[in-house]
Design a protein around this ligand. Structure first.
Ligand code: AMP
Length: 311
């Protein structure tokens, strides 16, 4: 397997989350942390972000233990780490934000280390779209650029979000975000409108109901996984994205077939992630677990054409 690193920029956070299954306070979270750890199962990762000196050292050690390069992570002396707090009701697909404190992200200027600038696979995880643009300005000739965002940034910085969309090859959004940006209620129309803005490929995540891949004129649908244990949906989108891009980078090609398998690996990572709070489930996950669930996904999605079944 090729081992092309994936460059990821995004929030590194301490999250306080409440769900019907329980709660955590100041737990490891953030889009870059979830996606970086998920990607690290498939490819080496180069992380770009910022934390304050209140960010526990053991979190940095954990990220390093996952083959994640932290040269691009700034630690601000006396600064406070980004914090997000939110809750989920019984509709686990909807995150209710209570508070977002950008803290050290408010004045962050990403400095991409020289060794990261030739990255072939770049994931602009959820963060201020202006920072996503600054990262795009500093990488030389990536093979695949992918971005994510959320309602917080669509509400505040739509022009910059659209600017990012114009410059990337692929975007991941959930169905509500795709509707919010384009104004189309139909997810299919929203995906086509997003493609018209720039990205050739659009992935619409539908929470526990699977994901849709729109690639050129083609379309692929990943099934939902019948989860028995669900504790905390936080980071599902990011672990999906990390699993996807980590897998694609490990294959060294950007064909539609690879993207389809990537969508299933992404779904596998997201389905595990939600089984526990924070990144706890990913901590004990093995490649064997991943491959087992990938096979289950294959079986869930398999069906025969009617003529063959009745023959
Ligand atoms: P998701 O995969 O969409 O559930 O993303 C969850 C992560 O997004 C949490 O761990 C938060 O720390 C992070 N997050 C929440 N709000 C923002 C924001 N405005 N910008 C960047 N990251 C955020």
């Amino acid at each position: 397997m090729a081992t092309s690193p994936v460059l990821i920029v995004g929030s590194m956070a301490l999250d306080s989350v409440r769900t019907p299954a329980g709660s955590v306070q100041d737990a490891l979270g953030g889009a870059a942390d979830y996606s970086g750890v998920a990607a690290s199962f498939f490819s080496p990762v180069q992380l770009v972000g910022v934390v304050g000196d209140d960010f526990p050292k053991e979190h940095l050690e954990y990220l390093e233990s996952r083959n994640i390069d932290l040269q691009g992570v700034q630690i601000v002396r006396g600064g406070k780490t980004f914090r997000w707090s939110g809750f989920y009701d019984f509709d686990l697909n909807v995150a209710h934000t209570m508070d977002t404190k950008l803290n050290v992200f408010a004045n962050f200027k990403p400095e991409i280390p020289e060794t990261y600038r030739d990255a072939q696979y770049v994931f602009l995880a959820n963060i201020d779209p202006e920072l996503q643009l600054q990262v795009l300005d500093q990488v030389r000739k990536p093979r695949l650029t992918v971005c994510d965002t959320m309602n917080f940034w669509i509400d505040r910085k739509l022009d910059e979000v659209v600017e990012v969309l114009k410059r990337v090859d692929m975007v991941f959004l959930n169905d509500a975000e795709a509707r919010q940006i384009t104004g189309h209620l139909s997810v299919v129309k929203a995906a086509r409108a997003l493609q018209a803005l720039g990205p050739k490929t659009v992935i619409v995540k539908k929470g526990e109901h699977g994901a849709l891949l729109f690639h050129g004129r083609d379309h692929f649908s990943a099934p939902s996984y019948p989860l028995e244990d669900i504790a905390d949906p936080t980071g599902a989108g990011d672990s999906f994205a990390g699993g996807f891009i980590g897998y694609v980078a490990s294959q060294g090609n950007i064909s539609e077939r690879t993207f389809r398998r990537g969508v299933i690996y992404g779904s596998v990572m997201a389905s595990y992630n939600v089984e526990d709070f924070s990144l706890n489930r990913l901590r004990s996950l093995t490649m064997e677990d991943i491959n087992r669930r990938y096979s289950e996904f294959k079986e869930i999605a398999f069906f025969e054409a009617l003529e063959e079944a009745t023959a």
